[in-house]
Design a protein around this ligand. Structure first.
Ligand code: GCU
Length: 623
């Protein structure tokens, strides 16, 4: 329960200039709150030289006492024939929000830099004392936000939500909301300069105006402490009230109706018990209505109740051992020529494709995906792995990079901490072992456990070979000591030899922990026929799957895998003409959903795995 204290404390420490990067945005459970959508066509100005942000001396306008009207966030218009204003949002081109800009305009396909977005809106009718917030689902990568010419703030990180309070800043009519979105990659960024996914820029998720009472439930967490006792603990963070504010928690279908008072930090805590709960699981993804009331505020939501833990080399869901029949997924829906997923409907498509494989688990790679897909997974009974983009070789030495990663971790956990589907937080992907990296990730690991100790922690690590024995693969990484699950990526048969090598490789993974293979795979151009030894053919990919799955079955503690990847996806690192054409072709289906032969190989394997009985292993001392 000390999580809230640490969250606020870390905010204060950061304010005290402890680090250069912006602190995490405060949690705000907003998905189910009624809101005014600001989605749709936004006027845009493409600004590669950031001419609307800096003067010719490269001094930022928004740091000036009186920013000139030439600053684009002033949204100025020439008043008369002699008034020099060299931009005009009213006459500007448009882009759809939510959406990336790269797949909306041919000219912006490769564009990396700044684009100014402007939306005009009238304020909703509001009662005395009500408060208002502008909430962004995400913007890639750096967003500077202005309302009616006034800076509201900045957010860094392309995949987590942020919001600004605009109470008292709204005009009844013609509010001008201007956002400078910059997806320029940075060495010290998170992610850093190189990734194997397209650097989609823009207001990639919904923008909403949320109105609340003066005192409202800003955040909450509910947790099934034990599937044996039915013990439930919860807290609600009330904004706008000090100590002594009454909060009522109800889960009517469970007969839970509790009240508690806030402490000095506005937190009300609940401890209660439930009997006859249907615990959330893939077989029965039971969701329960939940309502939090305080003053004249009401927050409605839905939650599944389940426990997830490890015991020895097993992963237990509600106390029962499970096997994670997974697949990896990027947040891209290119079936209609698009890029980033922009709707619940597209997310549903992705999960339908995955479900057709017979999965019960999806690895959301390599960054937090939209909230639609996480909530759909709750309803569909799909377990999830959610990850922050600490990807490959970021700047482990930089405190600002660390604070940036920590902020993204906090924002990811705060958004999805009530989602039963999310069972694993992943801190990183394929990061090189070094003292600086170990320190960086162990700091992140303890912060993650402080924020949420009810889920499993992991990171996608790597293997190496024994010097003496070139076919003895080893996963040995100091980070594994800190993780609940030993996860690693391996590409035997693609970047490492050819598929028959999988017949010979043996494994040494010296941890009494569950072992999960977070990536394996091979590229295949759909429709490319040929023998199983020819790269890029469907036959080669299918054969690699057969041999790899057989190899993994021999690994002690093997609890599951999420092969790379469900569908082909865009990557600037994949130019091979006629085969890749800017797409990573390791999908089991094309980006438009056409299956490749390997799809059926994995589907058959998962059908068998789903039938396989799983016994709970006796804890070591009773053996
Ligand atoms: C890596 C990486 C992925 C990448 C994949 C590939 O392991 O984690 O992001 O796309 O390999 O090379 O296809």
């Amino acid at each position: 329960m000390k999580t809230i204290i640490t969250t606020v404390l870390s905010g204060l420490m950061l304010l005290a200039g402890w680090a250069q990067a912006a602190p995490a945005f405060k949690p705000f459970q907003a998905y189910t709150r009624p809101a005014m959508s600001l989605n749709g066509e936004w006027k845009v100005i493409v600004d590669p030289y950031e001419n609307g942000f800096y003067n010719y001396r490269y001094e930022p306008f928004d740091q000036m006492e009186e920013p000139p009207r030439s600053a684009y966030f002033m949204d100025a218009k020439a008043k008369h024939g002699g008034d020099l204003i060299e931009y005009n949002f009213d006459e500007a081109q448009t882009l759809m929000v939510p959406g990336d800009w790269n797949t909306q305009k041919e000219k912006l396909y490769y564009y990396e830099g700044s684009i100014w977005y402007r939306q005009m809106f009238n304020a909703p009718k509001m009662e005395e004392g009500q408060r208002s917030f502008i909430y962004f689902g995400a913007a890639n990568y750096r967003a500077d936000v202005y309302l009616n010419g006034e800076k509201l703030g900045q957010h860094i990180g392309g995949f987590t939500p942020f919001h600004f309070e605009v109470t008292g800043k709204l005009k009844p009519q013609d509010n001008s909301l201007v956002v400078k979105v910059d997806n320029e990659r940075e060495k010290d960024g998170v992610p850093t300069l190189n990734t194997d996914w397209w650097n989609y820029g823009g207001l990639t998720r919904s923008v909403r105006l949320i109105v609340t009472p003066k005192v409202f439930v800003r955040d909450y967490k509910v947790e099934l402490e034990s599937h044996e006792t039915g013990e439930i603990s919860a807290y609600a963070l009330v904004d706008g009230a000090g100590a002594g504010q009454e909060v009522r928690l109800t889960l009517p279908q469970l007969g839970i109706d509790e009240t508690a008072k806030t402490d000095a930090e506005g937190v009300a805590r609940f401890q209660t018990k439930t009997v006859g709960t249907q615990f959330w699981s893939p077989q029965s993804p039971r969701m329960y209505q939940l309502t939090l009331r305080t003053g004249n505020d009401r927050l409605d939501d839905e939650v599944g109740l389940r426990t997830i833990e490890t015991r020895g080399k097993q992963v237990l869901l509600n106390g029962k051992p499970i096997f994670l029949r997974g697949i990896s997924l990027h947040e891209e829906y290119a079936a209609n020529g698009g890029g980033r997923v922009t709707s619940a409907e597209q997310a549903r498509h992705q999960l339908k494709w995955a479900s057709d494989l017979g999965v019960n688990f999806v690895r959301l790679a390599h960054y937090p995906h939209n909230e639609h897909i996480v909530r759909l997974a709750d309803q569909l009974g799909l377990m999830l792995w959610s990850e922050i983009p600490v990807y490959w070789t970021i700047n482990w030495e930089s405190e600002a990079t660390y604070q940036n990663a920590q902020a993204q971790l906090e924002e990811m956990i705060n958004r999805d901490k009530n989602r039963a589907s999310v069972i694993i937080w992943s801190l990183a992907n394929e990061t090189p072992v070094s003292e600086a990296r170990n320190q960086f990730l162990s700091r992140l690991a303890s912060h993650a456990r402080e924020l949420d100790d009810s889920r499993l922690l992991t990171a996608a690590m790597e293997k190496h070979y024994s010097e003496e024995d070139p076919e003895l693969a080893i996963v040995e990484d100091p980070l594994a000591e800190l993780m609940d699950i030993v996860s690693f990526n391996q590409y035997i048969g693609w970047y490492d030899g050819r598929h028959e090598k999988a017949d010979r490789v043996r494994w040494r993974i010296p941890y009494d922990k569950p072992v999960f293979i977070s990536e394996f795979g091979a590229g295949a151009k759909q429709g490319m026929q040929g023998d199983a030894n020819t790269l890029w053919t469907e036959a080669y990919q299918a054969e690699l799957y057969r041999k790899t799955l057989a190899m993994l079955e021999k690994i002690d503690g093997f609890v599951g895998t999420s092969p790379w990847i469900l569908a082909d996806f865009r990557s600037p690192r994949r130019p091979l003409p006629g085969i890749q054409d800017d797409f990573n072709r390791k999908g089991l289906m094309t980006e438009t959903g056409t299956r490749k032969a390997a799809f059926q190989v994995l589907k058959n394997y998962y059908r068998e795995k789903a039938q396989e009985p799983r016994e709970l292993e006796k804890p070591p001392e009773t053996q």
